[in-house]
Design a protein around this ligand. Structure first.
Ligand code: GLN
Length: 306
């Protein structure tokens, strides 16, 4: 029997609200450090286009690393398998901004979801698009079926002003020949990609193509071939939460992606997408309440990919 998603979401939401909200809002990007930390939103959409939201699900927030999934989808579709010569598909087991591993791996990032991997994806976007920022926005608006999605220029600037680590990684990869454009242009595009703002509702709807074998369930358009969607879901499962990917898989059991803005998107292939937003992060940089919510949600629905 199909679980009563709406009831489970409302109950789990109410339970989590009663418990302490641990963790910290990150302070290394000043523009997102000032976010109200009690915000908490959830939005669920299934392939039958049933929707359900709780709390601050219609409020925009900085999706940060979640948008790396859109950038990867676009680039993978255009480049095909040769993409994997420049970025690997292995879990990193290290923080998302680790420099250490890049040296051992000779400038080839472990996967497209750590910062170094997303910088390479941005470098490719600069090579293959005339106007990469516009192209990215168009792609996201297309999968979201919503034109009200924008970069937050203040957040992008704030991140650029403090992007010492990302710049170091970019320069380092350039020394190995794995960055082709000017590092400054790559950082500018990367910071804009991270600055995209969306609501939980927009997020859960926009990820449906990955729950549906690459095809949008609304107009049946194939955004990605099935094989590529399958592979992106695999990378989401093994790499979507950096050095907590094993833990997320262990506790929640779904492919997903987090961002330091406090958002998490999780996907149950063939069934649904669910987005959660709560800005306080655990020590690994993943939303504290987001993880708790999703753990309890999949436990109560009795459905995971396992
Ligand atoms: N913009 C953030 C950074 O580069 C993205 C990291 C994240 O969301 N995990 O550090």
């Amino acid at each position: 029997m199909k679980p009563d998603y709406q009831k489970i979401i409302s109950n789990v939401y109410a339970d989590i609200l009663k418990k302490p909200n641990s963790g910290k809002v990150p302070n290394y990007i000043p523009e997102i450090a000032c976010i109200e930390e009690h915000k908490f939103g959830v939005h669920f959409t299934d392939l039958g286009l049933n929707n359900f939201g709780c709390g601050n699900f219609q409020e925009k927030f900085s999706v940060q690393s979640i948008s790396k999934v859109f950038a990867l989808s676009f680039v993978y579709e255009k480049l095909g398998e040769k993409l994997w010569k420049r970025v690997d598909v292995e879990p990193s087991g290290n923080p998302f901004n680790s420099l250490l591993q890049l040296e051992a791996d000779h400038g080839i990032p472990r996967n497209p979801f750590i910062n170094a991997g997303a910088l390479v994806i941005c470098d490719i976007l600069l090579e293959i698009c005339e106007n990469p920022k516009e192209t990215l926005l168009e792609f996201i608006r297309d999968v979201a079926e919503d034109d009200e999605i924008f970069f937050n220029e203040k957040v992008a600037q704030s991140e650029m002003d403090h992007s010492y680590r990302n710049t170091a990684m970019c320069n380092f990869m350039k020394s190995f020949g794995n960055i082709h454009s000017k590092p400054n242009s790559v950082i500018d595009l990367y910071c804009h990609l991270c600055s995209i703002e969306m609501t939980c509702e927009q997020l859960s709807k926009s990820f449906l193509y990955l729950a549906n074998g690459g095809r949008k369930p609304t107009d049946r358009r194939q955004i990605l071939p099935y094989l590529k969607a399958k592979r992106i879901n695999a990378i989401l499962l093994t790499c979507g939460f950096y050095d907590e990917s094993g833990e997320f898989s262990f506790l929640v059991g779904l492919p997903g992606k987090s961002g330091v803005g406090g958002g998490i998107i999780a996907i149950l292939p063939q069934k649904y997408c669910i987005a959660v937003w709560s800005p306080k992060l655990n020590v690994k940089g993943n939303s504290y309440r987001g993880m708790k919510f999703l753990e309890e949600f999949t436990t109560q629905t009795g459905e995971t990919i396992f």
